[in-house]
Design a protein around this ligand. Structure first.
Ligand code: GLN
Length: 259
């Protein structure tokens, strides 16, 4: 048998040698998940012995990671804005970039305190629910609507809302963009699919092979989703409401033109 600390170093070395840039973090998450250990337990007892079952579980995860599967998909969860989200093959792996969008909406919410009623926020194409669940967790006066065309994605968003304790303030609507939304919102937020159809296969394998195509494909020029969302948002926002959109790099000006 071998100590967990030594095993973790071994995993890190194998990942680094294969060119995995986040080898140290990935190794830790793989070991923790395979052995069901907290980060604290891992640090506290590096000599903890790992039995063959544990080693097999770690080995199976390494094989998947070396096949370019992101660690979040192997362990089924991803940290976003300091909280843990369930991630399944039906949803986009939440990206750290999207945390910027969260900060923007929080700033808006604090600038525009509601005097009557709750701030109502719609998340269009919610996927894992990372955006709206985080916002409701951060803003306890807000309520939300999570919209997605995929029933499977809405199920994941529902699980995340429940595990983070915001499901009572969140409605779930299966709809194409904002078409199925009833009632007006103060803020509409979205990180829609924005990748041009043609270069999807040129994306890193971690993305091209593991994120759902529905969550990536933005049509021929990458802007199809924005062409749906922008006019619909004008119809369902309260006067003076906000539309907060994430765009792909280099797309911001084109999206502004659309607006
Ligand atoms: N709203 C989700 C996120 O930002 C999913 C976005 C998408 O599938 N394009 O993580």
């Amino acid at each position: 048998m071998v100590g967990v600390g030594e095993l973790q170093r071994d995993v890190r070395r194998r990942l680094a040698e294969a060119g995995v840039e986040t080898a140290a973090l990935d190794a830790r998450l793989i070991v923790q998940h395979a052995l069901r250990l907290s980060h604290e337990a891992l640090i506290a007892d590096p000599d903890r012995q790992v039995d063959p079952v544990g080693r097999d579980a770690i080995e199976a995860s390494i094989v998947r990671r070396l096949e370019h599967e992101p660690v979040s998909r192997i362990i089924g969860e991803r940290e976003f804005f300091g909280r843990s989200f369930i991630v399944t093959p039906d949803v986009l792996d939440p990206r750290p970039d999207t945390e910027t969008l969260i900060e923007q909406v929080i700033d808006i919410a604090r600038l525009e305190p509601r005097t009557t009623g709750r701030l109502r926020i719609a998340d269009i194409g919610t996927g894992s629910g990372a955006i709206i669940v985080t916002l409701l967790a951060e803003l306890d006066e807000a309520s939300g609507v999570a919209v997605d065309i995929s029933a499977a994605a809405l199920e994941v968003a529902r699980l995340n809302a429940a595990s983070l304790g915001v499901e009572e303030r969140l409605e779930f609507v299966q709809s194409s963009w904002l078409a199925g939304l009833t009632g007006r919102c103060d803020v509409s937020v979205s990180n829609p699919p924005s990748v041009e159809t043609r270069p999807i296969e040129t994306l890193p394998p971690e993305v091209a092979r593991f994120d759902p195509i529905l969550a990536l494909d933005g049509g021929a020029d990458g802007l199809t989703a924005y062409r749906h969302i922008v006019p619909q948002a004008f119809d369902c926002l309260e006067p003076g409401g906000y539309l907060c959109l994430e765009t792909g790099s280099g797309q911001a000006n084109m999206v502004l033109e659309l607006i």
